[in-house]
Design a binder for this molecule. Structure first.
Ligand code: SME
Length: 167
């Protein structure tokens, strides 16, 4: 039984430190990329406030293919350069979008989403996918989220064999 514990009212950097510590524990002893992606998405969704979606897309056949996630059903395939996910992937840069309505080409999977952050997943110099979080609150994500999520994404990547999950 895994009990996620975070300090109520903790500032974002502290919250992300706590989540990183617990993610390391959760992934300890398991290297299966699919299982670890599923648990990473669940830990993020459970551990961070004000989210309506958290999950993975993996690069398959030259496009982003939906991976494990928490939240409402989502679009399955996203082309590189399309939407926030495809743009973050093609630029290999974390994108913080305070207002998705102002992002050209934003793909609305859940109409409740108001802000979004996408972290590209790069392993051994290769783009393998993205980690995507949505919030119903405008301006939910900032630099502290981007930095904290990059650490969680790195932990996931370093602890997992992705095998056939990506090209
Ligand atoms: N909004 C994303 C699509 C994925 S969903 O949010 C789960 C985008 O514009 O790429």
């Amino acid at each position: 039984m895994f009990n996620l514990k975070t300090t109520p009212g903790a500032a974002k950097p502290e919250l992300y430190r706590e989540l990183a510590c617990q993610l390391a524990g959760l992934l300890d002893g398991e290297r299966d990329g699919l299982a670890n992606a599923a648990n990473t998405a669940a830990l993020i969704y459970q551990g961070l406030p004000d989210l309506n979606w958290a999950g993975f897309y993996f690069l398959r056949g030259g496009e982003l293919l939906l991976g494990p996630f928490q939240g409402k059903v989502a679009c399955v395939r996203i082309g590189l350069g399309k939407g926030v996910c495809g743009t973050a992937a093609s630029q290999r840069e974390t994108l913080v979008v305070p207002n998705v309505a102002e992002f050209p080409g934003h793909i609305a999977c859940d109409h409740a989403s108001r802000s979004e952050v996408v972290v590209p997943l790069v392993k051994s110099g290769r783009l393998v996918g993205v980690l995507d979080l949505d919030s119903p609150n405008p301006g939910r994500f900032d630099r502290a989220d981007a930095e904290g999520l990059q650490v969680l994404a790195e932990l996931f990547l370093s602890r997992s064999e992705l095998g056939a999950l990506h090209d």
